[in-house]
Design a binder for this molecule. Structure first.
Ligand SMILES: Nc1ncnc2c1ncn2[C@@H]1O[C@H](COP(=O)(O)OP(=O)(O)OP(=O)(O)O)[C@@H](O)[C@H]1O
Length: 257
C-alpha cells in the first residue's frame, strides 16, 4: 500500500453538531476530504452550510463531534492556529482593504502565516515574499498587481481574495460562495481556476448556491438538509438523488442530470 493510500484525509469532520439553544443548525454532519480534491456542500437556505464552515474554521464551537486536519484533532484550538495548519478561506463578501494595492492585499495572506504575525504590507513595504509572487502568478493577477481594489471588476476582486488565501500556502482552501454576484463568464473563470488549483494538488471545500457551477467544478458533492447529510457521491449521483431533488424542486435548480 502506498503512502497516498494510507494518508489520512486533509480534512475530516466527524458527527459535527452546532446547536444555538434549541436550534440544531448542524446536527451530526461529517465528511472526509482527501488531498487534491474539490468537495462541494450543497443545500437549500438554512440547511446549515455556513454554520458548518464556521465550525470548520473554529468561528463557532462544536456542540458535539470532532474535526481533524491531516489526522490531527484541532476542534479545541484557536482559529488563529489554522493558517499554520494549512487551512485558508475566502468569505461570502469581498473583503479587500481599499487603501492597499492588489499586491499588498495578497501579502496580507502571507503575513497571517509569518512567524510573529509580522505585517510586511504595512511595515516597511519590503519586497513581496515568494509565496505572494507565486499566488499572484497562479491566479493570473500579474497585470493588476499595482491596481487598487476600487479599480477592479467584481470577478477580479474575488480572484484577489483567492490569491490572498493562497499566499498562506494552504493545503486546504475553503470557499464560501465564491461565485456569488458573478456573471456567467466570471463564474466559468473561477471554476477553471479552482480546477487548475486542484490539479496542482490543492484540496478545496466549496459552499455555493449555484448548483450547476458545483456540478461542473466539484469531484464530490455532499448534500445537507436540516443540519444533516442527505446524500453524498459524484455530482451526477447527488443531484439526481430524490432527497436533493425534493429540497430543490421548484426552487433554484431543476435537474440537469
Ligand atoms: N447565530 C445563530 N443563532 C441562531 N440560529 C442560527 C445562527 N446562525 C444560524 N442559525 C440558524 O441555523 C440554521 C442554519 O443556518 P445556516 O446559515 O448555517 O444555513 P445555510 O445553509 O448556510 O443557509 P444560506 O444558504 O441561506 O446561507 C438556520 O435555521 C439559521 O436560522
Amino acid at each position: 500500500m502506498t503512502t497516498a493510500q494510507t494518508a489520512p484525509p486533509v480534512l475530516e469532520a466527524e458527527d459535527v453538531a452546532v446547536h444555538y439553544g434549541g436550534i440544531k443548525a448542524v446536527d451530526g454532519f461529517g465528511l472526509r476530504l482527501p488531498a487534491g480534491k474539490i468537495y462541494g456542500i450543497l443545500g437549500p437556505n438554512g440547511s446549515g452550510k455556513s454554520t458548518f464552515l464556521a465550525a470548520v474554521t473554529r468561528l463557532v464551537p462544536l456542540t458535539r463531534g470532532r474535526l481533524l486536519i491531516d489526522g490531527r484533532e484541532y476542534h479545541t484550538e484557536s482559529p488563529t492556529t489554522l493558517a499554520r495548519k494549512g487551512l485558508a478561506r475566502t468569505f461570502q463578501t469581498v473583503r479587500l482593504l481599499p487603501e492597499l494595492t492588489v499586491l499588498e492585499n495578497v501579502q496580507l495572506g502571507a503575513d497571517t502565516n509569518a512567524s510573529g504575525g509580522r505585517l510586511r504590507s504595512w511595515l516597511g513595504r519590503d519586497k513581496p515574499s515568494e509565496a505572494v509572487e507565486e499566488a499572484i502568478e497562479r491566479t493570473g493577477l500579474g497585470d493588476v498587481r499595482s491596481a487598487w481594489p476600487g479599480e477592479l471588476s467584481y470577478g477580479m476582486a474575488r480572484r484577489v481574495e483567492i490569491a490572498r488565501a493562497l499566499a498562506a500556502r494552504p493545503r486546504l482552501l475553503l470557499l464560501d460562495e465564491p461565485t456569488a454576484g458573478m456573471n456567467h463568464s466570471e463564474r466559468q473563470e473561477v471554476s477553471e481556476l479552482m480546477r487548475k488549483l486542484r490539479d496542482e494538488g490543492l484540496a478545496q471545500l466549496i459552499v455555493e448556491h449555484d448548483v450547476q457551477m458545483m456540478v461542473d467544478t466539484c469531484d464530490h458533492l455532499v448534500a445537507m438538509n436540516s443540519g444533516t447529510l442527505v446524500a453524498e457521491g459524484s455530482p451526477s449521483e447527488v443531484v439526481s438523488h430524490p432527497a436533493v431533488q425534493e429540497a430543490y424542486l421548484g426552487k433554484r435548480w431543476r435537474s440537469h442530470a
